[in-house]
Design a protein around this ligand. Structure first.
Ligand SMILES: [Zn+2]
Length: 307
């Protein structure tokens, strides 16, 4: 097994795409326990940071799976005023990766005994959603962080930026270094959905509130049957979810080239080569001074083309 393969979780996590009431409501329901555990192992994150990164990844993978084009991906960043700094998650379909400036923040539990994710992320700041639609076309949605608890921030993003009212639940149950359960739920009534159906869903919403705990009792398929009884739930699609980084030597070369000639030259002048680490999986890539010189030529060529 090479380093890259170890970074992938076995595809036991899964997203269910479901519709209710003959397609009037769209639901995404997933378990992400293994994916979040992999993230915690890579970053050595504290429980509160594991919960924050896990919720962010679970929300992001929903957006990733909604995107249909093969080359499409989505990046969600949370720049809050909390001690974790910026959190970033990237999903291409069911594959997701995440990192934070500081994944080792420790905070006291909240008064209700829960992990204080909101304080770790920060209660104010910006949430950005960048959808890479291939062909250099990007969609960028911005919204305010409303609580830092992340599920509410995703719900606010859907409502404000995509004009799509949404109920979002994201949960990570952690004990020390172990992720016991993680998962998420998204409910979106589609345009024209009658009020009675929306009222029904709101009545049931307390059932969804603690999704990671619910997952300790039943798998997503069973939860789907229990929660949406009488609403004709239909599972339309299943997508495996896993932690996967897409970094490569080739990508690192391109990153070095894009630094520009001046920065590359100063790396060469230091004459010690350059070591680049991936923020998402901690793989290390080493470039000798000679290799940097070759990259400098590519950077130069690029500059001349633009002139
Ligand atoms: Zn990587």
């Amino acid at each position: 097994m090479n380093q890259k393969e170890r970074m992938e979780t076995p595809a036991r996590d899964e997203m269910l795409q479901i519709d209710l009431c003959s397609g009037q409501v769209r639901v995404m329901l997933c378990e992400t326990t293994n994916t979040v555990q992999r993230c915690a192992d890579i970053h050595g994150s504290t429980p509160v940071c594991t919960a924050a990164l896990g919720r962010l990844m679970t929300g992001t993978v929903m957006l990733g799976i909604m995107m249909k084009g093969e080359e499409e991906s989505v990046t969600v960043s949370l720049k809050g005023d909390g001690p974790m700094g910026t959190l970033i998650a990237v999903a291409d379909h069911g594959f997701v990766r995440a990192c934070a400036d500081d994944p080792r923040v420790e905070l006291p539990l909240r008064e209700d005994g829960k992990l204080d994710v909101g304080s770790a992320v920060g209660h104010t700041g910006r949430m950005s959603v960048i959808k890479d639609l291939g062909l250099k076309k990007n969609y960028i949605g911005q919204s305010e962080i409303v609580s830092g608890e992340i599920a509410m921030d995703f719900a606010n993003y859907f409502t404000v930026s995509e004009q799509q009212p949404s109920l979002v639940a994201l949960g990570v149950l952690v004990s020390g270094n172990s992720v016991l359960k993680a998962g998420g739920l998204l409910i979106q009534p589609l345009p024209g959905c009658p009020d009675e159906i929306i009222d029904q869903l709101e009545l049931r919403s307390p059932m969804f509130a603690d999704i990671s705990r619910e997952l300790t009792f039943a798998d997503p398929e069973q939860l789907c049957r229990d929660w949406f009884r009488g609403m004709e739930p239909r599972i339309l699609e299943r997508t495996p979810i896993a932690y996967r980084c897409t970094c490569s030597r080739d990508r690192m070369e391109r990153a070095l080239v894009s630094l520009g000639r001046k920065d590359l030259q100063s790396l060469i002048d230091e004459d010690q080569g350059a070591e680049l680490g991936c923020h998402f999986c901690h793989s290390q890539y080493f470039f000798t001074t000679e290799e940097l010189r070759q990259l400098l030529e590519r950077a130069a060529d690029k500059g001349e083309e633009q002139e």
